[in-house]
Design a protein around this ligand. Structure first.
Ligand code: ZN
Length: 241
């Protein structure tokens, strides 16, 4: 990935305020290299605005399951009722430009020693959740890169190829070891912390760090309710659940 730090973001879910806060944070620190793991839309009130901002900033982006559902590339049969309702709502509001852009998103992005994918490297379109070290263990044979970044579960966690899952704000990479790294969620965290999550890889310092960025969650909560999206989606946002 070269020597400059790279920020990896995921699961923005139509939450424009959270994305703006994260980009502002990265701009202030001079981190210009950003990769997104998908789920630009679904759950949140501003899918078109999020797509526009990602395009405007030329941030490379993978296809997420919500993106795929909204453009008819994946079934909503396995979505829970709130997710499904949000997919229908989003389909109704998505403009032709946003739809056309989502249709171009790849399942995987390879860059030097990193692989970027929304859910899992083995079968990305099956949208598998990697919740434990055991889940992650099955996935290592399916990529050659040193690090695979994933999103999807909205839970920040690092799975080394050997050893236990690690949840740490700052993690030192060990030479020769490989990793699957979940970057957490920008727009709908589920680890009891409502602040937006971003993961930064500093390959030169061999450090992966997680940052949490506060934004106006109450404002987004009301936008969700006013948009007519399920109220539960507004309430979980405030609780980070
Ligand atoms: Zn998601």
């Amino acid at each position: 990935m070269g020597n400059s730090p790279v920020a990896v973001i995921s699961d923005i879910h139509g939450n424009l305020e959270a994305l703006q806060a994260v980009l502002h944070f990265l701009d202030e620190r001079g981190i210009g290299k950003i990769v997104c793991l998908g789920d630009l839309v679904g759950y949140g009130p501003n899918p078109n605005e999020v797509v526009e901002l990602i395009r405007e900033r030329k941030i490379p982006c993978c296809l997420g399951n919500h993106d795929a559902a909204v453009i008819g590339k994946t079934s909503v049969a396995f979505f829970n009722e709130w997710a499904r309702e949000a997919v229908f709502w989003t389909s109704g509001i998505l403009n032709p430009d946003s739809r056309a852009y989502l249709l171009t998103l790849p399942l995987r992005i390879h860059e030097e020693d990193c692989l970027f994918v929304h859910a899992s490297p083995s079968r990305p379109m099956e949208w598998r959740y990697l919740m434990s070290a055991l889940d992650a263990e099955d996935e290592f044979p399916f990529f050659d890169e040193r690090i695979c970044f994933v999103g999807h579960s909205h839970h920040p966690v690092i799975f080394p190829e050997k050893g236990y899952a690690v949840i740490e704000q700052k993690f030192h990479l060990v030479d020769g070891e490989r990793y699957i790294i979940n970057v957490g969620s920008v727009g709908q965290p589920r680890d009891n912390d409502p602040r937006a999550a971003v993961c930064i890889l500093d390959a030169e310092k061999k450090v992966v760090s997680y940052e949490r960025i506060g934004y106006d969650v109450e404002k987004v909560k009301w936008k969700i309710i006013q948009a007519g999206l399920p109220e539960y989606l507004a309430l979980r946002l405030v609780r980070g659940k």
